[in-house]
Structures are given as structure tokens and as C-alpha cells.
Ligand binder design. Structure first.
Ligand code: B16
Ligand code: MG
Length: 217
């Protein structure tokens, strides 16, 4: 019995959202835009290019493509300086034991992330070897809630979407999983992720009984 477990990266495996925030905030303040942690919620699961547009909209700024490209590079360079320091201690609680359990039971493990920096993050945190397939921001043209990222992962594993289970922390990602007819599991707040089939505050709440039931279905 084989299922495909698709993990989002940022906010699910590792809390890189705080580094995205620091890097976007520096750019925003340079442009005179007040960018708060509340605003940052809107950027979760959203591509780099779209994130910049959201920030510029906040500040009512219209910019040339040339300026935008320059700012995107500046933001990513700062973000990468944080990523450079990442290690396994930044893997979110409970993630490693779930990965180990799924490996032990020979389940397919896939990464489905909007980030173009997914591979270095998985390498730095020492967990890249768990993943049978990695689909990230370099592979997809349509951002979540479009299900493309998850459907590509299923296809590469030769799995039917209904046999896929998606772990996501963003509303857009839960919607993408649901549209793909995959089992959606929200990691985060019930109020935010209510469209998910199951919701847990973090991976320490996911026990082996729950996982066994998913494998049996
Ligand atoms: P990058 P996920 C997403 O990762 C983040 O949630 C989002 O905040 C970020 O803008 C996006 O990746 C692109 O990241 O600039 O590294 O390409 O949650 O889909 O794993
Ligand atoms: Mg995420």
C-alpha cells in the first residue's frame, strides 16, 4: 500500500518565513513602505515576484521593470545570507519523526514548494535525502492556489492525486490541494486553514495512529 506525501517547505518543514520577512522589511523601509508582520501573512505561499507586487501596492508605488528586477535581486541576496546560516536545528518540531515514519513504511515523499531556494534549504537542514521528488518554484508556471506544483509531484511519482496527501501552512496551498483532489492537511491555525480536511497546530500533534489510518485508506 503506497501513498504519496507532499510537503510544502516554508512554514511546514522549516520556519523560513521569518527570514523572508526580514529581507522584505528592509526593502520596504528603504522604499518608505510600512511593512508589518500582519502584511507578511499575505505573502505566504506566494511567489517572489507576486510578493514584491503586493508590497509595492501597499505603498502605492508603481515602478519600472528594471527597478523591480533590482529589488528582487536585493531581497533574494539578503534572504540567501540568512539561509546560508541554516542548520538542522531549524527543522520545525515533529517533522523529522513524521519523515522517518513515512520512510520506514516506504511511502513516497515529495516536496511541493513555491520557493526557488528549496534545494539549498533542504541541503542545509540535512533532509534532502528523504525526498523522492522535488517540485519547486523553478518548475512551475502557475502559483498556488493553482494545483500545478502538487500535480507535477504526483505525476513524477506515477501516483493518482486521490492517493496523495498534502501538508500545507497557507490558505492558497490548501486550496491547491483540494482542487487537485488530494487530502489536505493544514499545519497552523484552525481559523485560517478551515478549508483543510484535517488541521494540526504542528507536526508533534500528528501521531502514528493518524498516519496509519491515512496509509490504510
Ligand atoms: P523564493 P512555500 C514560498 O514557499 C513562501 O511561502 C513564500 O513566502 C515565498 O515568497 C515563496 O516561497 C518564494 O520563495 O523567494 O525563495 O523563491 O511555502 O511554497 O514552500
Ligand atoms: Mg508554506
Amino acid at each position: 500500500n503506497n501513498k504519496t506525501f507532499i510537503f510544502d517547505l516554508d512554514g511546514v518543514i522549516v520556519d523560513t518565513a521569518k527570514y523572508h520577512f526580514l529581507a522584505w522589511q528592509r526593502l520596504a523601509s528603504q522604499l518608505g513602505i510600512n511593512f508589518t508582520p500582519e502584511h507578511n501573512e499575505q505573502l505566504k505561499g506566494v511567489s517572489r515576484v507576486r510578493s514584491l507586487d503586493i508590497i509595492l501596492e501597499l505603498g502605492n508605488i508603481t515602478a519600472s521593470q528594471e527597478d523591480k528586477n533590482k529589488w528582487l535581486i536585493q531581497k533574494n541576496t539578503e534572504y540567501l545570507s540568512y539561509i546560508d546560516e541554516l542548520d538542522e536545528s531549524e527543522i520545525l518540531p515533529g517533522v523529522s519523526s513524521v519523515l522517518n515514519y513515512l520512510k520506514e513504511y516506504q511511502q513516497n515523499i515529495v516536496l511541493g514548494s513555491a520557493s526557488k531556494n528549496a534545494r539549498p534549504i533542504l541541503e542545509k537542514t540535512g533532509i534532502i535525502h528523504y525526498f523522492d521528488v522535488i517540485v519547486d518554484g523553478n518548475d512551475v508556471t502557475n502559483a498556488k492556489p493553482d494545483p500545478e506544483v502538487f500535480l507535477q509531484g504526483a505525476k513524477k511519482m506515477n501516483a493518482s492525486p486521490t492517493n496523495c496527501i498534502v501538508f500545507e501552512d497557507s490558505v492558497a496551498g490548501i486550496q491547491a490541494a483540494n482542487i487537485a483532489q488530494m487530502t489536505s492537511i493544514g499545519i497552523g491555525e484552525k481559523e485560517v486553514l478551515h478549508e483543510a480536511k484535517f488541521i494540526f497546530p504542528n507536526f508533534t500533534f500528528i501521531d502514528t495512529t493518524f498516519l496509519d489510518n491515512l496509509l490504510k485508506k
